[in-house]
Design a binder for this molecule. Structure first.
Ligand SMILES: Cc1ncc(COP(=O)(O)O)c(C=O)c1O
Length: 394
């Protein structure tokens, strides 16, 4: 199998697994059992891992809530901030191309009586396909806005949003800013102060850590964010999120993030090279077009406009599902893995102006740490072959 679905998840790096295993075999005590030495030792280890993970994104230890992953982090951020007893504002502003782990909590907030505004994004033929419509965002955020939620990098077309500019709008309106940074953390530089965000979600399995563990940054230093806990019980993590700490997960998440950040610069270049190589091979096939920002696109501020390992192409009139069947040993995706319960065309591709048919004819590729040039060439050859066969059948 050739695995080019690294936006969906990444394999656990063997070095990360090595760090995790002792927490399952010898050091298995509950980090909450500080009545004995074994528990105290694990508590210290895990406390250090949390503090070090927080520091890697510019946060302090008491600003990081460990969760089961980005879905839970997003739920805690959105429900926690909006449903807090002292929250008087009744409006939430977000973007149409967000992940379902943001959109679905927002639908529930709308049922709770919140005014939820989803701002459109720029079309596929604009300067920044998938970039939030800043004028509409500015017009939508006002003194009744409790929270703005904008993802840092899109999981389907890789668009990187101008979070710093959005933060300035939020500061002026006195509202909170949450970002779902799940596809960004470990891949591009992420620092909570530079982005000036109040809440930031991430997930370890996107940066070669284990599944089932992630984090939510909750700002406490200069501005103190109030959150209503969503999981109550033993009062762990300052009551923000009860439940026995996932000790192997926390230690694994830290090792994975440390490794990813240390390797980030050369990895970004390598991933971009492999992704560009794949696109060059695919672009030679008649009818193939690019979804999302140009691969070389930079923002006006000279920053990357697209995640380096991300590629999304339309193979119209051939359906993405048929292409995947024609290349059974290639692991790619026809949308977001996390919305696989809904097999319809991608809401992100529709948001940038693609038709339902173009959406169904599109595939997402995510290049990662363990991909090689020969895999890229083989993947491109399988797709070219599949296109040739499927076009003949039409
Ligand atoms: C942008 C984004 N947000 C949230 C999630 C959900 O993450 P998790 O699987 O950790 O719950 C994903 C996973 O694909 C994602 O890409």
């Amino acid at each position: 199998m050739i695995y080019l679905d690294n936006h969906s998840t990444t394999p656990v790096d063997p070095a990360v697994l090595d760090v995790m295993l002792p927490l399952m075999s010898e050091q298995y005590a509950n980090a909450g059992s500080i009545t004995h030495e074994a528990g105290r030792r694990v508590a210290e280890l895990v406390g250090q891992a949390v503090a070090d993970t927080a520091a890697l994104i510019g946060a302090s230890a008491d600003e990081l809530v460990v969760t089961s992953g980005a879905t839970e982090s997003n739920n805690l951020a959105l429900f926690g901030a909006c449903l807090h007893g002292r929250q008087k504002r009744r409006k939430v502003v977000s973007v149409v191309s967000e992940h379902k782990a943001v959109l679905d909590p927002l639908s529930r907030l709308a049922r709770h009586g919140f005014d939820v505004v989803l701002v459109p994004v720029q079309s596929n033929d604009s300067d920044l396909p998938g970039g939030v419509d800043m004028q509409r965002l500015t017009e939508s955020v006002d003194i009744d806005t409790a929270l703005v939620s904008v993802m840092l990098a899109n999981n389907e077309i890789g668009t990187i949003q101008p979070l710093k500019k959005i933060a300035a709008i939020c500061r002026a309106a006195g509202c909170l800013l949450h970002t779902d940074a799940t596809q960004a953390v470990g891949r591009i530089p992420v620092h909570v102060d530079e982005l000036d965000v109040d809440l930031l979600s991430f997930s370890a399995h996107k940066f070669y850590g284990p599944k089932g563990v992630g984090g939510l940054f909750v700002r406490r230093r200069d501005r103190r964010v109030r959150l209503q806990p969503q999981i109550v019980g033993g009062g762990q993590q300052n009551n923000f999120r009860s439940g026995t700490l996932n000790t192997p997960g926390i230690v694994g998440m830290h090792a994975a993030l440390k490794r990813s950040i240390a390797a980030a610069q050369p990895e970004r270049q390598r991933h971009a090279n492999l992704r560009n190589r794949l696109y060059e091979a695919l672009a030679g096939i008649d009818g193939v077009s690019l979804n999302g920002p140009l691969l070389s696109a930079m923002t006006h501020e000279g920053e990357l406009a697209r995640l380096p390992g991300n590629l999304n192409c339309c193979f119209f009139p051939v359906e993405g599902q048929s292409l995947m069947l024609a290349a059974p040993e290639l692991a790619v995706s026809s949308g977001s893995a996390c919305t696989s319960a809904e097999p319809g065309p991608s809401h992100v591709l529709q948001a940038i102006g693609l038709s339902e048919e173009q959406g169904r004819s599109s595939l997402r590729f995510g290049v990662g740490r363990f991909n090689t040039e020969s895999e890229i060439d083989q993947a491109a050859a399988w797709i070219a072959e599949g296109m040739h066969t499927l076009k003949k059948l039409r």
